[in-house]
Ligand binder design. Structure first.
Ligand code: AMP
Length: 375
């Protein structure tokens, strides 16, 4: 089924063609037409499966048809994301897919001044992408009017729950009109996610892409046994020996991210750390530089890297294994996106066997161990 057959209008098709999208991904094939029929949908899809377009495209289609009739810009679609980076990224996608339409959109997130955000809202907008904190803040300041919202998207809902946003989501639900379409995206259909869905929607259509796709069968896993004191040396060795173009490297702590970044820079490797102690502008800047290939290594903590989409990322490194097995899936979702191949490389210390077993159980797959000489 092509994007045209799904029933998207010409200006959207033209934008997709320019993005280089030839045909819908499996989750897009399943979700877009249901959403265009105004159905509630709950979908299990990792980042990397093309899930943003799943909700962005039908929203653009529905709202542009409406705008043609009313010619009024009012807040009709609200997309809530767990992190600022993801809000910016989803908004960028909406702008790209909707560049030949007259819809107006804005990204609302904390860590930066709210002046520009308020100005944009005042000019009239159709679509808002927001993180929960700043969204509620502006709503309480009466800067946002929710009364025309017809579509709510919860993006990466399980991560929002993990990050403690349940109460904020409940408040947002309470403030929005009851009669609306709900689209709920998550990495996995976890129990907390299912109970959240129950509060939001009576009979949502359930969509999931196969497990193979979720964990990315195009991703190769490599584990390297190494002493904690040798990890930085091993990373530098791999970067140089294997001539990596770029890599995203995960550390467990902010401190660890800073320390590792310094060591990389000392070894003349361009590297930047992003974590919650860095300002939002710093993080956005670092991410942009990385995306433009001006920086070789991006070192990040889990929270800072959630949901970020980096094209052509060949390797993700677990410098420290994640302390929660589920985060392994979130992390490796940064590589092997949209069908491309990728490597997930993990440094495993002797005392981390239990964690490794938990990850293997979750993936239902044994991760191969490759000792490297000298380490
Ligand atoms: P997402 O899962 O929304 O983060 O998307 C992952 C990546 O896949 C992004 O870089 C998208 O631009 C890309 N993408 C989404 N849909 C398609 C498609 N139908 N064809 C090719 N690439 C796509």
């Amino acid at each position: 089924m092509s994007f045209k057959k799904i029933g998207l209008k010409e200006p959207i098709l033209r934008a997709l063609q320019q993005e280089g999208y030839k045909e819908p991904t499996p989750i897009q094939k399943k979700a877009i037409s249901s959403i265009m029929k105004n159905k509630d949908v709950m979908a299990a899809a990792q980042t990397g499966t093309g899930k943003t377009a799943c909700f962005a495209l039908p929203i653009l289609e529905i709202l542009s048809n409406q705008l043609d009739k009313t010619n009024i810009h009012e807040l009709n679609a609200l997309i809530v994301t767990p992190t600022r980076e993801l809000a910016v990224q989803v908004h960028d996608s909406i702008k790209s897919y909707g560049k030949y339409l007259s819809l107006k959109s804005v990204a609302i997130y904390g860590g930066v001044s709210d002046v520009n955000q308020k100005q944009a809202i005042n000019k009239g907008i159709d679509i808002m992408v927001a993180t929960p904190g700043r969204l509620l803040d502006l709503y309480h300041q009466k800067a946002i009017n929710f009364s025309n919202v017809k579509i709510l998207v919860l993006d990466e809902a399980d991560q929002m729950l993990d990050m403690g946003f349940l109460n904020d989501i409940k408040k947002i639900d309470k403030y929005l009109p009851k009669d609306r379409q709900n689209l709920m995206f998550t990495a996995t259909f976890s129990d907390p996610f299912r109970s959240l869905v129950k509060q939001f929607s009576k009979n949502p259509i359930e969509i999931s892409v196969s497990r193979d796709n979720e964990t990315g069968k195009n991703i190769e896993h490599f584990c390297h046994p190494v002493d904690a004191s040798n990890k930085a040396k091993l990373l530098i060795h791999l970067i140089q020996q294997e001539k990596w173009n770029q890599a995203l490297v995960f550390t467990r702590t902010k401190h660890g991210a800073n320390r590792l970044t310094k060591k990389l820079i000392n070894a003349r490797i361009t590297a930047v750390a992003i974590h919650s102690d860095k300002t939002q502008n710093y993080r956005t800047n670092a991410l942009n530089k990385f995306k433009k290939n001006h920086i070789q290594i991006l070192v990040a903590t889990d929270v800072a890297a959630r949901g970020i989409d980096i094209k052509n990322m060949n390797q993700v490194v677990n410098f420290d294994l994640p302390s929660v097995a589920k985060d392994y899936i979130h992390r490796i979702g940064r590589t092997g996106r949209a069908g491309k191949s990728g490597k997930a490389i993990s440094f495993v210390c002797n005392d981390q066997q239990k964690l490794l077993r938990e990850i293997q159980q979750l993936l239902n797959q044994k991760l191969p161990m490759y000792p490297i000489e000298g380490f």
